[in-house]
Design a protein around this ligand. Structure first.
Ligand code: FES
Length: 268
């Protein structure tokens, strides 16, 4: 590891990261490859892929990873997460949720099954060694939890290593019965390096100096709770009630804007 970015495991001996972590484009590219491509990412609610033959695009971390993915539920009901990029010339395959028997590229009509296998390609009848494994759409690891999907491009660890404890701690809540209310979602946009936001979240000193009123309320509530004889949930002290913003992955992807217009779904 670059010695500028080594963090002492003892907080009392650690110091602020070198500014290159926030400013150096090479470090930014490394973070994309070694951090974000290796994490599990939220794909949003799966309401749009409940029926056999459902297809729904997702764009993972727009502006950072920009990875076009495609949720596809086959006729047998199996849900997969495929690459949404045609293996011929990189055209975006599906741009909006739809139902279909297969996936047809709108550029040169390559067709794929809902499991990602390439089925046919006009004009390639005489092509040798075709289709090769690289002609099929890559299938990404996919997990579902409480009606939401999570995928990883190159996971550094299994899904449970990231979410197992969360799942255990929320086991008593009727998560599968919850219905999203978009009118109560809020987006908060920050023009800042992603690490600054994470640091702000983790740093307990932010609250008393920047938000003294809410800090006073939270500490008095905490005192009241600790004196109660009734057992309560033991959330970590730094865990504030954070409502997820509306899913940026549900927006039409911008990745296709520079690509040829496609239809994507072969209508049933
Ligand atoms: S880009 Fe040519 S068939 Fe998809």
């Amino acid at each position: 590891m670059d010695p500028r970015f080594e963090i002492h495991p003892e907080a009392s001996a650690a110091s602020t990261l070198d500014k290159a972590f926030y400013l150096d484009p090479e470090v930014w590219a490394l973070a994309r490859e070694r951090i974000f491509a290796r994490c599990w990412h939220w794909l949003g609610a799966l309401d749009d892929v409940t029926e056999p033959g459902s297809l729904a695009p997702r764009d993972v971390l727009p502006g950072l990873l920009d990875e076009p993915l495609l949720l596809a539920r086959d006729a047998g009901g199996t849900l997969r997460c495929l690459s949404n990029v045609c293996t011929h010339r990189g055209n975006l395959l599906v741009q909006a949720p739809c139902r279909a028997k297969d996936i047809r590229c709108g550029y040169h009509a390559r067709r794929f099954g809902l499991d990602g296998h390439m089925l046919s390609m006009p004009g390639f009848e005489q092509a040798q060694n075709f289709p090769a494994a690289s002609d099929h759409l890559p299938v990404l690891p996919l997990h579902t939890f409480a009606g939401h999907g999570y995928a990883a491009i190159d996971p550094a660890a299994p899904f449970d290593a990231f979410f197992g404890e969360v799942r255990d701690r929320l086991a008593g809540l009727p998560l599968d019965g919850l219905i999203a209310d978009p009118s109560r979602s809020r987006d908060y946009r920050f023009d800042a390096h992603w690490a600054l936001y994470v640091e702000n979240y983790l740093d307990g000193r932010t609250s008393p100096s920047c938000m003294p009123a809410s800090h006073a309320r939270s500490t008095s509530a905490s005192t009241a709770t600790s004196s109660s004889a009734t057992p309560t949930c033991s959330w970590p002290k730094h865990a504030t009630a954070r409502k997820p913003s509306s899913c940026p992955l549900a927006r039409p992807t911008t990745a296709g804007a520079s690509r040829p217009t496609t239809s994507g779904c072969s209508r049933t």
